[in-house]
Design a protein around this ligand. Sequence first.
Ligand code: NAD
Length: 482
Amino acid sequence: MSYSIPVTVAYGDGIGPEIMEATLRILEAAKAPLAYETIQIGEKVYQSGHSAGIRPEAWESLRRTKVFLKAPITTPQGGGFKSLNVTTRKMLGLYANVRPCISYAPFVATKHPTMDVVIIRENEEDLYAGIEHQQTPEVVQCLKLISRPGCEKIVRYAFNYARQYGRSKVTCFTKDNIMKQTDGLFHQVFDEIAKEYPEIEAEHWIVDIGAAKLADTPEAFDVIVMPNLYGDILSDVAAQIAGSVGLAGSSNIGEEVAMFEAIHGSAPRRAGQNLANPSGLLLGAIMMLVHLGEGEVASKVHNAWLKTLEDGIHTYDIYKESVSTERVGTKEFADAVIARMGQLPTQLKAVHYASVKAEPIKDKLSVRKPVTTETVGVDIFLYHEDRDAALLGEGLKQYTAGPLSLSMITNRGVKVWPDGFAETFCTDHWRCRFKAGDVNNVPYEEILQLQAKLTEAGYRIIKTENLCTFDGKPAFSAGQGA
Ligand code: NAD
């Protein structure tokens, strides 16, 4: 080959160096046209004082090559160390986490022999924004942020993925029956974008029953797209029920940069013993080749790997006397894959990747339309120790500013004034809703005036949220029981 594509690689910690070496040997045997730049990440870098486990020079390599093949690292416990994965995803805008979860029955034991599900997890938003505050002695808060461009990027990625990989259905999991604004937006964007892909079936499940169905009957699903937290949890469940954690690879895709890895960690107890299964990282590397438009080499490596599994050449984690023919170490497994380069599996389904590059997503973001937004009230959150809601309501209702007057108080989202139930337990964290009656568009000065009056009267305000309408539609939740 006359060309080579630069790729940044990191050998990681624990079993990382062994499985990386095995993977790169297999790629070399397949004549993958890659040129590697090696960076150091992980334990040693953490211990040399870089709290994110990566040095400034390493970012330069990643931003130059835009492709990262990463072996697992050991994250030191405690002591202010930050997760390298979370940092890398956010800094480089790796918005899509893709995890194919596939069974290899009868060669790898599983209760779901025909499982073939791809989980596509939103990677940048949701509760992982990491915005948390203790607001009162009794109550802490984590902010769940979902954006329209964030939803559009991940949902479009999922449908493009389905199209590119010949998959026929995309399912969306959310909890929009409860989180009508945040998960509601994700679901709404899913419905909008699905219409642009009429050849792909689109369906939505509430995440709890969807998760139960996935664990019980994974064959019912094809591609599943979901917000960050559900995707984090359910992609582990899906990988585990498909067979072994040692067998799953994943990609983290951004507009510019992409990172490829195994889903498992550095398994320090297995390190340095030529025991570990290199398959997860190898499958990550295959996803990388497809991403780079090297579908032919990717197919060659993947099929040689499937043939190796099928021939019963197994590392300790999947070895079973009834189906395996040989128990091998990391190096010997790589040798066996190399020996089968160019062969196709005969029982497992052979793969054939088309050399299609992923479409840029940014250009497809919907154009911002002008919206009319009006402020119709304010939620003022108070730290107030007395648990008597009726007393608080009677006290607060004396305070008004312009058209704003008290309409409701909730405690942890449950309406406790007016007409609260004595049975409802109240903490020291109260949301006091002041609404403007018939007046639309309350000037912010009046909200500030109200806050000044309450502060003067001795109430402790911990935060406020404006109550807005967008194009006339209220865009805030009601109190439960309101
Ligand atoms: P782990 O995935 O490293 O290992 C759990 C167990 O799974 C191992 O003891 C081993 O029995 C088995 N296993 C994992 N990979 C295997 C392989 N390739 N072949 C054979 N068996 C394999 O999880 P852990 O023990 O919880 O974590 C160890 C370290 O890895 C921690 O420091 C953790 O923070 C880190 N970690 C890193 C990543 C990453 O870099 N992406 C991901 C997860 C965990």
